[in-house]
Every structure is written in structure tokens, then in C-alpha cells.
Design a protein around this ligand. Structure first.
Ligand code: ADP
Ligand code: ZN
Length: 817
């Protein structure tokens, strides 16, 4: 194989783009290997995808060397990377880099050395310029100098120029070396016997005779060991000093070598293994349909089997995941278990680690870089049975994958939004399962509308768990009441807490039970509402809520760009009592202090969580009842089990509802259901209070009844009527620029370009929404405008577009704001 197809690490390549390189003679390459490839004037990293006998282009450059000796990506991972690159319009290297070991990406540094040191030293009269002499002198003094060092001495441009001259005259030679590794494997000194039995016996006798008892004792001890033992372990088990070890080493009886050790992120946990519970009857039914597929009794053809496990909060879904993983591990395969937030890892990890002691790996950004690297290595070697982590854990180098579980599959954190590639872990997981012939289980109490739609269409297999399991046995979901905040205002009650929430809190605190207060902070300051009658300012053309833009002092529609100046009074009741500002957890805490000065509060939000394990500490404190009230944002809606909570209060259900986004109802419904699901999971029943200005909204009403199906039917009708996903595909194009006017004009130009292309190519199956200012209109000193493509097959139009610098593309975005 003389040629290699390589994905190189250079920005601004189009999706799927590769380059062909010649393989230098004698270099044995494999697909999945990372190499150094000349690219323009530089040498960069690249991943070998394919080897062939024929070049795909007429002229090829030669690969400069290998970065690592063995392949780092499996053929399946290469295929997955290709799919991600194609589907999400991302450069191939970026897609593949998701699967490289942590801290892998490194640059090269060019080093120079003298070709013949003696030659130069002896021939002072070589015709050299002073600058050439200076450079040679530096190289001679350092034996090996790198380019940055020379640049520092004589300037960037000159350093390159002079070294080129010297290279030309073959006075120096150049080599490429990797910059220093940021993460290194951890090693410990280990001792091992290096002679045979007879020799040892003889040595022991000699040592005893010469009264070197300690050394004899150590030899005796080591004879009993089957494996090398670390020096620290040895010191613990045998009171023996390093000098004794060294003495044996100098007699050539033992060797000291550094062996790699795993920095185990679970080392601090002590496992309490408990036998799996007997399944309840509904769990049994659910489990049997999954088990049949896992053991291969029923298996569809080429498509992967995807289960949607739809079960209310606390219905025992996790127990099903554990069974499924146990089954897969017993068959010699492995599983991935994805969770939405690292904040939740600890509780979950403990449960899994107890079930599969010594077989669980975790991967998340809260680990030190060293721990991440060691976990990766440990997984690659096939040691673990289950990898647990957020979306990125999908790319762990797990051999022989049998099952992928995605818990809380509706969560938006499964979509990578902030960097390339903007993939969705659910869709990537299904692709990976297809490639590995594995099974996928998606679990949720409030499935994503698109997932549920697929399940009803028969694309996914629907499995249901209808009852909630608590220490009281099966028990109903908590009772939910809706409080109409307009009525509160009419009665002159202007506190953040309605009268019934106040009464319920008083009651709960008096009983010594716990409360959680939930605040949906996302977008709290975005829309304008009349405090008197609840009227919300909406765009007269699109009827979605106006967004308040403080810079322009206008209300702007994020769909059609219609805007009005900020109003002074309400057009419905004519009161000048408009409200713009959001409420924060801080405000709630102050208000709590006012009404219940003795209650002990905990605030859980981004401001409070800074240190590595702060999430866990905070949750543990709350679970240990060191506080009575937990005030939090989105974080507390995510699958936490807090048995002593008997009251959940939702301060305002509306904030999310008025987002200019077709998913705002779905999002609100999910949040309300999840928060409601937190209450009453212990011995005592719970209750939930939802405060809202929109008590008649279908998302709020359905959430109060725990009625997913009712909500789904309304929502899917709306999606069908307005041709939103799952009935169409969406792609979001965002343009950012430091100049506001140029930003808008750039977006408008792209809009025209797309329409021109549409007309020229006669592509009819899509339309364009926008351009409109993005919700985060100004971020980090840049303005942002966006437009959406909506249609049934957007690949055709998208592959005709070249996006200039400043544009980003997000295929299947989870939000529109
Ligand atoms: P979910 O994942 O649906 O929220 P969990 O699996 O966490 O539900 O189960 C909720 C509670 O019920 C947990 O405390 C769990 O230990 C318990 N549980 C689950 N299955 C059983 C069972 N078969 N027997 C007894 N307790 C169970
Ligand atoms: Zn009004």
C-alpha cells in the first residue's frame, strides 16, 4: 500500500474532505493511525483513513512520520467520524478527534542540529554572514536548537530565512519533534526478581552468611510474589528500606522499573455490593421484551434496535438499564451509559459501581487530565464493562460494544452546541449502534417529541413503565396544583410566593420535611408582561412573544424582525405596570429569609458551583438534611433522587413558554414534569405547586396532570400544522461579526444567495426563516444574526453553499433562540 487517504487537522475544510499522501518506503501504516502530514508550509496531524495502491490525485506529498505507532481509532470509529462529518457539515478531522485520547492534539516543533560539528569548528574561514555565524553558534552551543529559540534571538522572519540558507548548504539538518506532552502517564517504581530459582537460593544462603538478613528477607518475600510489586507497597508489607532494594539491584538479583498505574477516579468510593432487587411485575414485562433482543431471540435486519423506555420518574428505569448492562457484560460485550450532566454522575456512578465492582469507567471533564487519559487507556485495553459519562463518553475506545443506554434522552445537553462538530449524541449513538451491531435504550419520563413520534411510527420499540416505585410500594405521582398569579395580583399579593405556596411551605417546614424551589432562569429578562393582567407583548404578525433588546430599547420579533419601541403601558388594561426583569435564585433566597428566617437554605446554581466536587457536597448536605430548602435552576430538574422532599414549588412556569422557539412548550412541559417528579419519592407522599400567568396553557395543564400523552397529541398537531420537526429538518446558520451593520448585511447577503441557488437549481422542498437577530444578540463583543433552513432534504442546498468566515452551521439544532 503506497498511498494513504488522510484527514488533516486544518480548519475551514469542507465536510468529508481528505488528502492523498504517499507513504514513504519502509513505513508500515494502518488505518486509524495518526501521522504527521505536510500541509502548506507546515506539518500538521492527520488521521489515516484508508490505504491504497493508487493515488487519488496526480501529485502527492509524502507523509512526514507517525505520531503514534499503533492505530488510535478502530474502523468503526472511522466510519462514525465520517458520518458525523457528513451529517453535521464538520471537517473530518474535528469529527474524528472526538475519539482521540484526551490531550492528544499536539503541535510539532522544528529542531536544528549541525551536520558535521568538527567541520565547522575547524574551518573558521567558511564564507558565512555574521547572522549565519550567529545562528550556527547558537546551535553549536545548545547542540540542538528549536525554531522558537532562534526566532527569539534574531527575529521571526530572519530565523526562517537563515536556517533555510544553512540547510541549503547542508551545514545544519532539521528534525521535527512533538511539543512536550501536556498529560503524561503516571508511573511508579516496581521491583522484580530477574534470576532463576537456583541462583536465588544460592544468593539467599550467601546473604545470610554475610549477615545481610534484610536483603535475604526481601529475596524470600519476592520469591513468593507472582507479579512485580511497587516500592510503596513493599514498604507497607515488609519493613524494608530503599537501600536494601538498591543493594539487591547492584547484585543483579532484582530490577527496578517504572510501571504505569491507573489514576482511578473511583478510588475514593467504597463499594457496598447489594444483590439486584426482584423486578416488579411491570418491570418484568418491560425487561423481557428488551432481554429477548439482547440475547438475540428477535433481531431486526440491518437497522439497529432502539428501545424507547418511557417510564414516569421513579418507575425503575435505572434497574432495567442495570439488568441490560449485566446481560451484555455476561455475554462478554460492553456498554456505554450516557447521562445528561456531570452533576448527576456521583449518585449514578455509585449505583453502577456497586453492581459491577471494578468494571466501571467514568469519563467527564471534572476529572483531572491525567485521570481522563488513564480511564481512556483502561477502557481501550478492554478492562471495563461499562463506561459512564456525558455525551462525549460515547466516543470512548470501547472494544466489542453491545449496548448504549441514554438516560433522560430528551435532555438538550446531548447536543453539542458550542463547538464543532455540533453533533447530537442520540443520533450519533444510533449510528454507532448500527455500525457495531449493538442495541440502544433511550429512557425518559418525558421523551423528546421526535423520539416518541418515531416510537409510534414503529421505528423505535416502545416499552412502558407506568407505576412509580417508592418505599411505600407502587404509589401515585404527587398531586399538582396550579396557582394563577393574576389572581394573586388582583388580591394585592405581590410576593414571589403565592398564598398557597406560602401556606404549603409553612406546613412542610413545620413537619420537618424538605422543599425544593425551582426557577426557570433561561430567558427571564426577555419578554415583557403586564404585572396587572398578565398580558404579554407579542408580534402582531407571528404571535410569538417579542424579545426585549436593551441595546436598541425595542421589542423585536425573532421570527420576522418586526419591532416596536418599548411600551409604557399595557394595551389591555392600560396600567403602567410592566415587568421586564427576571428573577434570580438570589431574589428567592431573600424572599425566603423574609418569610421564614429560621429555614436553612441552599442555593444551587452556576454561581455556587465552582470547585470540583461542589455538586456532590451540596447534594449530600441536602440529602443529609443539613438544609430545609433547596433553591435551584435547571439543574434540580435532572433525575435527582431526594427522598425527604415532599414539596416542590415552581416559582414561574411561564419564562420558558414565551420563548420565540417552536420547542418552548415541549421544554416547559419537560421541566415542569421533571421538577414535579422530584417530590414524594420517599416514605411520605409529595405535592407540587406550579405558579403561572398562563394557567390555561396546554403544556402547563398537561404537566399538572402528569399527562405526557395528552401533551404529545397537542404538540405533534402543532408541529405538523406548522411543518416543524419531526415533520421537517431544521438547520441553523449563524453569522457573527464585530460590526452590527456588517453583521446584518452579511446575513441578508447569505439569505439572497440561498434564494438564488434555490431558484437556479429548482430546489422546492425547503424554505428560509429569517434572517433575524439571534437571541444572544451580542455575545463576547460580537453581534449575531441567524437564519434557518427548514425542509425535507436540506443536504442538497447545503452542499451547494460555501459559508464565508464568521458563519457557523448547526444541523438539527435543539433550539431556535
Ligand atoms: P427511574 O430510573 O425510573 O427514576 P429508579 O430505577 O431510580 O427509577 O427507581 C426508583 C426507586 O425504586 C429507586 O430507589 C430504586 O432503588 C427503587 N427500585 C427500582 N426497582 C425496584 C424493585 N424492583 N424493587 C424494589 N425497589 C426498586
Ligand atoms: Zn395589562
Amino acid at each position: 500500500m503506497n498511498y494513504a487517504e488522510v484527514a488533516v487537522n486544518s480548519p475551514r475544510l469542507y465536510r468529508g474532505q481528505t488528502f492523498c499522501y504517499a507513504v514513504p518506503p519502509g513505513l508500515n501504516l494502518n488505518a486509524g493511525q495518526v501521522v504527521w502530514a505536510p500541509f502548506g508550509s507546515r506539518v500538521i496531524q492527520g488521521i489515516v483513513l484508508l490505504l491504497s495502491d493508487e493515488p487519488s490525485v496526480a501529485e502527492t506529498k509524502e507523509i512526514a512520520g507517525v505520531v503514534a505507532d499503533c492505530p488510535l481509532l478502530s474502523p468503526i470509529q472511522i466510519e462514525l467520524g465520517r458520518w458525523i462529518s457528513e451529517h453535521y457539515f464538520a471537517p473530518l478531522f474535528d469529527a474524528l478527534a472526538l475519539m482521540l485520547p484526551p490531550g492528544f492534539e499536539r503541535r510539532t516543533v522544528t529542531y536544528f542540529q549541525l551536520t558535521g560539528p568538527d567541520l565547522i569548528r575547524n574551518q573558521v574561514d567558511l564564507p558565512l554572514t555574521p547572522e549565519q555565524k550567529q545562528i550556527l553558534h547558537i546551535i553549536m552551543k545548545k547542540k540542538k536548537a528549536n525554531l522558537p529559540e532562534l526566532e527569539k534571538a534574531i527575529g521571526k522572519r530572519k530565523a526562517r530565512l537563515i536556517t533555510d540558507q544553512l540547510l541549503e548548504r547542508q551545514l545544519i539538518s532539521e528534525t521535527l519533534e512533538l511539543e512536550k506532552a501536556k498529560i503524561k502517564p503516571k508511573t511508579l517504581p516496581n521491583i522484580r526478581l530477574i534470576t532463576d530459582k537456583e541462583e536465588i537460593e544460592a544468593a539467599k544462603a550467601r546473604l545470610t552468611k554475610s549477615r545481610a538478613y534484610k536483603q535475604a528477607e526481601l529475596l524470600e518475600f519476592l520469591t513468593g510474589q507472582t507479579q512485580p510489586i511497587s516500592v510503596s507497597q513493599l514498604k507497607e508489607r515488609l519493613s524494608c528500606s530503599l537501600s536494601t532494594v538498591k543493594a539487591l539491584e547492584s547484585r543483579h538479583l532484582v530490577s527496578l522499573e517504572r510501571l504505569r498505574v491507573r489514576r482511578d477516579p473511583l478510588a475514593h468510593l467504597s463499594f457496598t455490593s447489594s444483590p439486584p432487587p426482584i423486578l416488579t411485575s411491570s418491570q418484568q414485562v418491560a425487561w423481557e421484551s428488551i432481554q429477548d433482543v439482547l440475547v438475540g431471540k428477535t433481531r431486526q435486519s440491518s437497522k439497529p434496535t432502539v428501545f424507547l423506555l418511557f417510564g414516569v420518574t421513579g418507575s425503575g428505569k435505572t434497574e432495567i438499564y442495570l439488568r441490560a448492562l449485566a446481560q451484555v457484560i455476561a455475554a462478554g460485550k460492553r456498554g456505554i451509559y450516557l447521562i445528561p450532566e456531570i452533576a448527576l454522575t456521583q449518585q449514578t456512578v455509585e449505583r453502577f459501581a456497586n453492581r459491577f465492582p471494578g468494571r466501571v469507567a467514568v469519563l467527564h471533564s471534572g476529572l483531572s487530565p491525567g485521570e481522563q487519559l488513564d480511564e481512556w487507556q483502561w477502557i481501550m485495553e478492554g478492562n471495563c464493562g461499562v463506561v459512564i459519562g456525558p455525551r462525549s463518553a460515547l466516543f470512548a475506545p470501547l472494544p466489542n460494544l453491545g449496548l448504549i443506554v441514554i438516560d433522560e434522552e430528551h435532555e438538550w445537553t446531548y447536543k453539542q452546541e458550542d463547538k464543532i462538530p455540533r453533533y447530537h449524541a442520540r443520533d450519533a449513538a444510533i449510528k454507532l449502534a448500527q455500525l457495531s451491531n449493538a442495541v440502544v435504550i433511550l429512557g425518559s419520563a418525558t421523551p423528546d417529541i421526535g423520539s416518541f413520534h418515531k416510537a409510534l411510527q414503529g421505528e423505535y420499540q416502545l416499552v412502558e413503565l407506568k407505576e412509580r416505585i417508592t418505599p411505600r410500594g407502587y404509589s401515585p405521582l404527587p398531586e399538582v396544583s396550579i396557582v394563577d398569579l393574576r389572581e394573586e395580583l388582583k388580591a394585592g399579593h405581590t410576593s414571589l410566593f403565592s398564598r398557597s405556596l406560602l401556606a404549603a411551605m409553612k406546613d412542610t417546614l413545620a413537619q420537618g420535611e424538605q422543599i425544593i424551589l425551582f426557577l426557570n432562569r433561561r430567558g427571564t429578562a426577555t419578554f415583557v408582561r403586564c404585572r396587572n393582567c398578565g398580558f404579554i407583548f407579542r408580534c402582531p404578525r407571528c404571535s410569538i412573544a417579542f424579545t426585549y433588546h436593551s441595546v436598541e430599547k425595542r421589542l423585536i420579533c425573532h421570527r420576522c424582525r418586526y419591532s416596536i419601541p418599548v411600551p409604557q403601558s399595557c394595551p389591555q388594561c392600560f396600567q403602567r405596570n410592566l415587568r421586564f426583569l427576571g428573577i434570580g435564585t438570589q431574589r428567592i433566597a431573600e424572599e425566603m429569609g423574609h418569610f421564614f428566617p429560621e429555614a436553612r437554605l441552599l442555593r444551587w446554581d452556576k454561581d455556587m458551583i465552582t470547585r470540583k466536587y461542589a455538586h456532590e457536597e451540596l447534594l449530600k448536605d441536602f440529602r443529609d438534611h443539613k438544609a430545609d430548602v433547596l433553591i435551584g435552576t435547571q439543574m434540580i430538574s435532572k433525575g435527582l433522587n431526594l427522598p425527604q422532599v415532599t414539596l416542590a414549588g415552581i416559582i414561574s412556569a411561564d419564562t420558558g413558554l414565551n420563548f420565540p422557539d417552536f420547542r418552548s412548550s415541549e421544554r416547559t412541559f419537560q421541566l415542569l414534569c421533571q421538577v414535579a417528579g422530584r417530590a414524594g419519592r420517599g416514605v411520605k407522599a409529595g405535592r407540587v405547586i406550579i405558579q403561572t400567568y398562563s394557567p390555561d396553557n396546554y403544556a402547563v395543564k398537561a404537566a399538572a396532570r402528569h399527562d405526557y400523552l395528552g401533551f404529545y397529541r397537542k404538540e405533534i398537531d402543532y408541529r405538523r400544522q406548522y411543518d416543524y420537526p419531526p415533520f421537517s429538518q431544521l438547520v441553523r446558520l449563524v453569522y457573527s461579526h464585530t460590526d452590527e451593520g456588517l453583521c446584518r448585511r452579511g446575513a441578508e447577503r447569505m439569505h439572497r444567495l440561498i434564494l438564488d441557488e434555490k431558484a437556479r437549481e429548482d430546489i422546492v422542498d425547503f424554505n428560509v426563516i429569517g434572517p433575524v437577530p439571534a437571541f444572544a444578540f451580542r455575545a463576547r463583543g460580537r453581534y449575531r444574526w441567524q437564519l434557518f433552513l427548514r425542509g425535507s432534504d436540506l443536504i442538497r442546498i447545503l452542499s451547494r453553499l460555501t459559508l464565508p468566515r464568521g458563519w457557523t452551521i448547526d444541523v438539527d439544532p435543539v433550539g431556535m433562540v
